[in-house]
Design a protein around this ligand. Structure first.
Ligand SMILES: Cc1cc2nc3c(=O)[nH]c(=O)nc-3n(C[C@H](O)[C@H](O)[C@H](O)COP(=O)(O)OP(=O)(O)OC[C@H]3O[C@@H](n4cnc5c(N)ncnc54)[C@H](O)[C@@H]3O)c2cc1C
Length: 441
């Protein structure tokens, strides 16, 4: 019997990181998870719409099991990065043989439009973090008016529309979509939550307005309309009279206002086929949408202060991977020196920003872990020792939480929910969470 093993760090405890940690631990690797947030779960905890209680609870149960897996340690409230609590070099110095980065896509994609910094302009990630009570976004004030534009065509756009309809109870919510009705990316299931508020007469007018531009590239407007309305038979009840409508083939060009938003200027597009793909091409015609709030739900980019080279919206990958999984590279790449960063791997939304649901992040984390396992096989095993890490964490002079703290916090929050007779309860600040954890010793 030998205590020799491999020693790996997983940075980020969203679905990709959690399932990666499980895969590594199941294969005999000693894994330490480092997570920026106190709680694990990432966007499963802080992105998925709060009312999806059963889905969120199911995922929490799975994450709990991961944290209980032998060989897994968890340190939350600890940020990794160039200017953070620990850098990638710190992790190397602490003896980690491989580092799997699953920190999601924490950067913001700015379009560079005039007026982006006005009060009333928001990015979806910040807002979903807010309404899911992730500190410090939970404490941020969001000022919504009565007419909300949501820019985007995917499920996140629909989540924001749902929030603006059901929680803000805006008079009007307008989905601003760059291409046409046949290119929308949302699922019928998500549409069911908002379709009750969809103004069908306005939708018909919208198809009259853009129909000829669809036909011009061979699309069938009636089929696209039917697809959007497929959600009707299972439409969820709505508690607001918000009018929800679409503005298709429109790209934002500037946000109007002095301090606060008072309009969104858009430019109309037509559709063109390029290399078999439908693209938007500006017609040059501009008009103003009368809105007082604008939310961009256009996807995110990775955090380029993390300490890994980035290309476009993502961390750079080794295009000729040593350990490909289904042909995909999970290997970080040093663009300046044109060489693979041999001990650093990326998975989940850190590998492909804002792409796919939890199931995909889980698969990607597992595959990323398998690439790490193959890399570890090229090294000598060692006797993993967390002593140096413990000493380093003490020196940070901040409260870092562990598995047992997470367990306590979950129990306290469940008790709070029971007392209040609500489905779920969350503390909105790190201070409260830490205080409660400490209070039970
Ligand atoms: C608004 C919204 C709604 C969604 N709804 C659904 C849904 O209904 N159903 C579904 O299946 N999927 C949904 N998804 C998709 C799903 O949430 C993602 O596929 C999944 O969470 C991505 O997992 P990830 O682990 O790659 O990243 P994330 O979930 O983003 O996790 C990243 C983790 O890294 C940590 N981290 C970040 N930076 C650092 C750092 N510097 N150091 C240490 N840790 C760090 C974070 O704390 C977090 O725990 C939704 C996504 C969004 C944005």
């Amino acid at each position: 019997m030998t205590d020799q093993s491999y020693y790996a760090a997983v940075v980020g405890a969203g679905p990709a990181g959690m399932f990666a940690a499980r895969e590594l631990a199941r294969n005999g690797v000693k894994v330490v998870i480092f997570n920026r947030d106190i709680k694990p779960g990432g966007l499963a905890e802080y992105g998925i719409y709060p009312d999806k209680f059963a889905m969120k609870e199911g995922l929490r149960t799975q994450f709990k099991q991961v944290l209980e897996t032998p060989g897994v340690s968890y340190y939350g409230n600890l940020k990794v990065g160039e200017q953070a609590d620990l850098s990638l070099d710190d992790l190397r110095a602490l003896g980690f043989q491989a580092i799997l980065v699953t920190v999601g896509a924490q950067g913001t994609k700015w379009l560079g439009l005039p007026g982006e910094h006005l009060t009333g302009v928001y990015h979806a990630k910040d807002l979903v973090y807010h309404y899911n009570q992730l500190p410090p976004f939970s404490q941020k004030k969001f000022q919504f008016g009565k007419r909300v534009a949501v820019v985007g065509a995917g499920n996140v756009m629909l989540d924001i529309a749902r929030y603006a309809i059901q929680k803000v109870k805006a008079d009007e919510v307008i989905a601003v979509v760059r291409r046409g009705p046949a290119e929308v990316k949302f699922d019928k299931k998500e549409m069911e939550y908002v379709v009750r508020n969809l103004d069908q007469r306005d939708l018909d007018d919208e198809f009259v307005r853009v129909g000829s531009r669809m036909s011009a590239i061979g699309q069938d407007p009636a089929a696209a309309r039917a697809q959007i309305l497929e959600a009707l038979p299972k439409a969820q009840p709505s508690s607001s009279t918000t009018q929800f409508r679409f503005e298709f083939m429109a790209s934002p060009v500037q946000i109007l206002g002095d301090e606060k938003v008072c309009g969104l200027e858009v430019e109309d597009n037509e559709l063109v086929l390029r290399d078999g793909e439908v693209k938007a091409r500006s017609t040059g015609h501009k008009r103003i949408l009368d809105v007082d709030s604008v939310v961009f739900a256009i996807g995110d980019r990775v955090d380029d202060t993390f300490g890994l080279p980035t290309i476009q919206n993502e961390f750079a990958k080794n295009l000729e991977p040593r350990f490909p999984m289904e042909g995909i590279s999970y290997e970080a790449y040093d663009l300046a020196h044109e060489t693979v960063i041999k001990d650093v791997f990326v998975a989940g939304w850190s590998r492909r920003a804002s792409t796919g649901l939890v199931g995909l992040a889980r698969k990607d984390g597992t595959f990323g872990a398998r690439a790490v396992l193959q890399y570890l096989q090229t090294l000598n095993p060692l006797i993993p020792d967390e002593t140096a890490l413990q000493a380093r964490l003490k020196k940070l002079g901040k409260s870092v939480v562990t598995q047992s703290d997470i367990r306590k916090l979950a129990e306290i929050e469940a008790e709070m929910a029971r007392e209040r007779g609500v489905e779920s309860f969350k503390f909105g600040t790190n201070e409260e969470m830490l205080e409660k954890i400490m209070s039970v010793g």
